[in-house]
Design a protein around this ligand. Sequence first.
Ligand code: GLU
Length: 508
Amino acid sequence: MASQKIRVRFAPSPTGPLHMGGVRTALFNYLFAKKHGGDFILRIEDTDSNRYVAGAEEYIIEALNWCGITFDEGVGIGGEHAPYRQSERKDIYVKYAQQLIDSGNAYYAFDSAEELDALRKEKEAKGEAFIYNFATRSSLKNSLSLSKEEVEKLKSERNDWVIRFKIPENETIKMHDIIREEVVVNSSTLDDKVLWKKADELPTYHLANIVDDHLMEISHVIRGEEWLPSLPLHVLLYRAFGWQNSMPQFAHLSLLLKPDGKGKLSKRDGDKMGFPVFPLQWKSPEGEFSRGYREDGYFPEAFVNLLALLGWNPGTEQEKFSIEELVQLFDLKRVIKSGARFNPDKAKWFNQQYLKEKSNADLAHLYLPILAEKNVKTTTEYVEKVCGMIKERATFVCDFWNLSSYFFVAPNAYDEKVVQKYWKPETPAMLQNLTAQLKSVSPFEKEKTEHAVHEWIAASGLKMGEVMNTFRLCLVGASMGPSVFDIVEMLGVNEAVKRIETAIEAIK
Ligand code: GLU
């Protein structure tokens, strides 16, 4: 076991878009595999045809590609253990279900859905729960209670029978979880889960999952804590197959919690508070829309970074990590047992950190299409300079237009508050004077303009605040942006003068 190769898998069911918690599970598997020089496998668990949603598998793959979470084997890539889509492995599972029947660990059950439903209702009426287990199975319709002949007859006549796992009675099952350490459950609390269904000749999740983890030589199962209640059954299945010595190690990741820490993070929280819970946007076959991190303007590096810190930390103050650094530092032992609270403001903060480190050229590349949509004629060089001046103030590239439109189009409105505060009866004459000063600067460069304007302010005994605030108001329309002299240099003298004259006309 010590020299066993690390092999982990992400095994989503294509039942809808991948929640960010699911992406985190994939990420932790990826980090663990890469850290240990192991393999990472993508397996699609699509044996539940009732829950299958068209487009979900493509969505999952696209989302993981966007995040840069890559696979060594799996759907779309192939590999030694192909196929990796469970619906294509149908024939494999029958054999294993049969093996459990033959060894006495499973049995055929013929109870119809209606019969089971009636039993459930009957118990419910008494405030109890119906469990198909050691206590009830002998009074139900199965190969443990019926004669061989009856079983053969029902098997050939009907096509709604199933194979159930025979959970032992009153046995203490001790399990080890890397994150939770010892987990102990009494087998009498478990029910005889269905493993295989005649109706569609398909296994259920439990059988397919264990068989595939075994055949694919999975060394560690890292998955969400919603699967922890299935662990005793899985451990019993490994034992029933005689695979206990090669059973993978388990690590169940805690839930992502709502921003207030009360309960599981859901799409509804995102809709209510204005943040995505899915990596990419998604439109369900019924037409329901969900926003995505990608479309909301997050960089994949930022998204991966924020996910990594939901439930894990390296034990230092560092928060910003590249995926390569995460691979170096990741350790399952540092994954927390309690739920990880999601903070949407922190998510934005991460994006901001990545945005301001991008080169002006990269940002211009992203901003140019937005400018083209606004019919702005400009040059790449100019846009790069603009990006350099505003990137410290932006969280997303889509903020750029609001932060910088005045570099491309003259303002058509002026902030009332600034007007109230600084625009005096003598302001127009003062600004006229300023235009004369600007026209005399040559070459029209930032330092030269700044020098000339400051000299003129000092010589004419004007107030710096009044001049600069109204000057900025004329150029920008508001009291925002980088230094006024950076802005005038970008605009050029003619445009600057024109904007001052327009403002004098407009603000009366
Ligand atoms: N198909 C399961 C899911 O959708 C996989 C659980 C597991 O990793 O064992 O989450």
